[in-house]
Design a binder for this molecule. Sequence first.
Ligand code: KG4
Ligand code: ZN
Length: 339
Amino acid sequence: MTLPGSSTIVLGIETSCDETAAGIVMGGTDVLSSVVSSQIDLHAQFGGVVPEIASRAHVELIMPVVARAVVEEGIEEHRIDAVAATVGPGLIGSLLVGVSAAKALALVWGVPFVGVHHHEAHLYAAFLEDPALELPLVVLLVSGGHTMLIAMEDHGRYRLLGQTIDDAAGEAFDKVARFLGLGYPGGPAIDRVAMEGNPEAIAFPRAMLDDGFDVSFSGLKTAVVNHVRKHPEVTTADVAASFQQAIVDVLITKARRAAAVVGAKGLVLAGGVGANSALREQVLDACTVDGLRAFLPSRAMCTDNAAMIAACGWHRLRADGPTPLDVGADPNLRLPLLL
Ligand code: KG4
Ligand code: ZN
């Protein structure tokens, strides 16, 4: 095919964890449809994602979700120019469902298949809502599985500045929420409860605040558990607000420092934790003070969706061409980085 252009339409498919999603994007930035079917109710009773249940649910949901994205939004199948799917990282059984569906559709429609890295796609969610992002950028990628500070020098050119040495930010939210009896998924629950609490009520530790760009959250989780056991009278709202503020302080301190070192024009929030109200508000404030542009994708675009897969697929297709059909899913796929 010729290079993808402004009228090229890509169908994206996302099944790396517990969301079955399909999205259609034109020209890499124009979202025509985005359908996300969450399996939260299926997993909530177990307090977390059960991989076997997730893959079975993806099998049942994938074609209805694709059909909704294609038919309900009034797009005819023959207008789709390529099919992109998350090939990793993620749960292998879940990834395989989306990858197989995408390859089958690409074959039937006679269009290219494009394999997409889930984290790179999170980053492209910002371009969906602001195609004119000026580079270089610092990206704070905070999800359930990863916490990374990335310098984006150009499309496809990423430098890893720092990452978590233990728990991911989202994982810390989920574990603390479970301990506080707030249910699953924990991030949105803590976000809600924290609004009623005082973020300065408890001085939880901010680990590694002054050293480099790596972060660590497992000590914070332990500090929350110890504090609540020692002070059973403390309110859940104050614990949630103080815990959340400790995470936000660390993330923003490191991101600002990274932006200064890289000479970034702006700061991008990506990944599910990017939906956090306190983080969004304080990133905006920090960027105003530092003279940086803040790019905060809408909450729906921060959490897992397939419009970001389609957008990333458009850029990958432009840079690398179609992905061979014998490329498989890789649960530990690494983001290609500059040294
Ligand atoms: O990016 P994502 O949807 O899936 C992964 O690729 O991991 O991120 C999910 C994570 C979960 O840990 C969830 O608790 C967290 O994002 N999350 C939040 C909020 N919404 C989702 N964390 C804090 N505040 C939120 N509002
Ligand atoms: Zn994600």
